[in-house]
Design a protein around this ligand. Structure first.
Ligand SMILES: C[S@@+](CC[C@H](N)C(=O)[O-])C[C@H]1O[C@@H](n2cnc3c(N)ncnc32)[C@H](O)[C@@H]1O
Length: 210
């Protein structure tokens, strides 16, 4: 296993960066093995820099839905003990495979997050942190269906992209109904509307209800 370390803040060439320690991936600034985690390229990174506890800590087991090319996954893997990284599109999966090659704790899964039964034989059932950033229709349904993997003490970090649900409805209306629907099976701990680089996205931190 890759040795797990936490994240921290570090001054690199005169600028303070959120950093994780691990193999270099996407041209990010580095110092002594620490890699800058760019919050403009990562919603999770953006929320962490806003001092919100998303449940990412040393040695957690993570199921990541919407892994894309592995930019955020790589930082999560620098901290977590294992990351099951689900992505259904073959093109970003190629980049994700390259990221996984430089680490021993990323399990890339070319799967559809709407069909958790297709990866339930691989993913453990006591996941500490379920991260979801799929930007597709039915985002809450996916979070509800993947709750089966979460430990009772685990956490969900969910990003809702309003425009993926409906391009004409006001994002505020989408966010309100998403929170209502999610509350059937999760206790909402924190919500945060993202701005600038991640416009019209809502981040939600929640824990599974029994
Ligand atoms: C906004 S991008 C994720 C960015 C990534 N989380 C990051 O920070 O680096 C959304 C990704 O979710 C993937 N996706 C969308 N629907 C999916 C599904 N049903 N199952 C798995 N992946 C899906 C898309 O192919 C895309 O790569």
């Amino acid at each position: 296993m890759t040795p797990s370390v936490d994240y921290q803040y570090l001054n690199i060439r005169g600028k303070t960066h959120l950093v994780t320690k691990g193999p270099h991936v996407y041209g990010e600034s580095t110092k002594n093995g620490w890699r800058a985690w760019d919050p403009t390229r990562s919603k999770l990174g953006s929320v962490i820099t806003q001092d919100i506890d998303v449940g990412l800590s040393k040695n957690v087991k993570v199921l990541y839905l919407g892994a894309a090319n592995g930019t955020t996954v790589s930082h999560v893997a620098d901290v977590a003990s294992i990351v099951y990284a689900v992505e259904f599109s073959p093109q970003p999966m190629r980049d994700l495979l390259n990221v996984a090659r430089s680490r021993t704790n990323i399990i890339p899964l070319l799967k559809d997050a709407r069909r958790p039964e297709t990866y339930s034989h691989v993913v453990e059932s006591n996941i500490d942190l379920l991260i979801q950033d799929v930007a597709t229709r039915g985002q809450v349904k996916i979070a509800l269906e993947n709750k089966r993997f979460l430990s009772p003490t685990g956490k969900l970090f969910l990003v809702i992209k309003a425009r993926s649900e409906n391009v004409v409805t006001h994002p505020g209306i989408i966010f309100k109904s998403s929170i209502e629907d999610l509350s059937q099976e999760y206790a909402i701990l924190k919500t945060k509307k993202l701005t600038s680089h991640h416009k019209d996205h809502l981040a939600i931190v929640a824990e599974p209800l029994p």
